[in-house]
Write a new protein. Structure first.
Length: 400
């Protein structure tokens, strides 16, 4: 029998705020009614703001981030196209796997897990590609497996320095709506996310923003696709409708979540994520543990992957936290299994929740045999949060 609150500190799905949950508790409605657009049309506009674009076409597919990856590829590329991708964590590795399974010719650059995009190597490869054989460059903005954020502006500069015309694909699944994302400024062509992380909704939506350049590519792309066809969506979305039954409840939730983001103000949302992440990082440093992320300027503001001594299996920490303290942390993925555990610090989150995460992690680490001082991590985070208390943004929710 578990009592009290269950704590979710995984990097997605994240905690769904109460007003978002309530917004989804509505009767089923007719998705072919002429007023269905009252629910849906503003979603496209508001998502554009979150993606940092005025001109991109936004798509909401039933699915998840993985589905949006597939939609991005199959709508804009051709079988056998050469693409450039880096493998430096589980999610970039899985995207490569998908691209290969879909029949693309992937040039893979392997980089250490814990580092960001190998920009210099990309510049070298793009510079050598004199005939623009590379049709797309893929970048994972925030590698959720390692807690590393890559510099998308640098990826754009890599393309521009080489006068290269390749499409720029960006996975923003664990960054968009939590960190600045400037689609237009960075000239991103396909930006991908899901509903269950920074957007604070349940899983179930794969969300894409597509530049006009990528939309033009979709008109001639010959990869096989059916359910994820952009053209069908564009036609039906014009009136706020969908080519197939949309997940209406989720759309209500998304509307409420976007209202929250709007009420808090995106700059405040990003500042909050940075402040909370910094508190978590101070806590980890006070334990004497290190992050998987190697470079300070690549530390993720949404997830921290924490390395454990060789003598401790990170899965024990997860088990103790879950079984004994009702708390979930993220596991190590791929080669990091058993070597790291992750704290997700994104979405509907505040200082108290971060202190709970650190406090429970401390108990689990201690019990698993990691030589830490109880209270050290929470104390360091408290010191950080207390110092920054005056900059806490005020959240005004119109509905409350
Ligand atoms: N990309 C990144 C960076 C992720 O963190 C995830 C999931 O955690 C995915 C892609 C896959 O998304 P989904 O699980 O929504 O299919």
């Amino acid at each position: 029998m578990r009592t009290g609150q269950t704590h979710l500190f995984i990097p997605g799905p994240t905690n769904v705020p109460e007003d978002v949950r309530r917004a989804m508790n509505v009767p089923m409605q007719d998705m072919r009614a002429t007023d269905f657009g009252d629910l849906t049309l503003s979603l496209f506009t508001d998502l554009r703001t979150v993606f940092g674009t005025e001109t991109a076409q936004v798509f909401l597919f039933p699915g998840s981030g993985t589905g949006a990856w597939e939609a991005a590829i199959t709508n804009t590329l051709n079988p056998g196209d050469k693409v450039l991708m880096a493998r430096h964590g589980q999610f970039s590795a899985l995207w490569i796997q998908m691209a290969e399974r879909l029949g693309l010719n992937v040039e893979v650059v392997d980089a250490p897990w814990g580092e960001g995009l190998p920009v210099a190597e990309f510049v070298r490869i793009l510079g050598d590609d004199r005939y623009d054989e590379i049709k797309a460059v893929f970048v994972t903005h925030n590698e959720t497996a390692t807690g590393v954020t890559s510099d998308i502006a640098a990826a754009r500069r890599a393309l521009d320095t080489c006068f290269h015309e390749a499409l720029l694909f960006v996975d923003g699944v664990s960054s968009i709506a939590s960190m600045p994302f400037l689609m237009d400024e960075w000239e991103v062509d396909l930006a991908v996310t899901g509903s269950q992380k920074g957007l604070m909704c349940p899983p179930g939506l794969g969300i894409l923003a597509v530049s006009q350049k990528a939309m033009a590519a979709s008109e001639t792309s010959t990869m096989r696709r059916a359910y994820f066809e952009f053209a069908d969506m564009v036609q039906m979305n014009a009136d706020g409708q969908f080519p197939y039954t949309p997940p209406t409840q989720l759309l209500h939730g998304l509307k409420a979540a976007l209202a929250r983001l709007n009420a808090e103000g995106l700059p405040n949302v990003f500042a909050r994520h940075h402040r909370l992440a910094e508190g978590i990082r101070r806590g980890i440093a006070a334990w004497g543990l290190s992050l998987a992320a190697q470079r300070k300027d690549e530390y993720s503001d949404t997830v921290s992957a924490i390395c454990l001594p060789d003598t401790v299996d990170a899965r024990d920490v997860l088990r103790i936290a879950y079984d004994e303290h009702n708390a979930s942390f993220g596991s190590g993925l791929g080669p990091l299994t058993g070597r790291v555990f992750r704290i997700g610090h994104l979405g509907d989150l505040n200082e108290g929740m971060c202190l709970t995460a650190l406090g429970i992690a401390e108990m689990a680490l201690y019990r698993a045999g990691v030589p830490i001082q109880l209270g050290s991590g929470t104390g360091a985070a408290q010191a950080h949060f207390a110092a920054g208390a005056d900059v806490r943004p005020v959240l005004r929710i119109a509905a409350e």
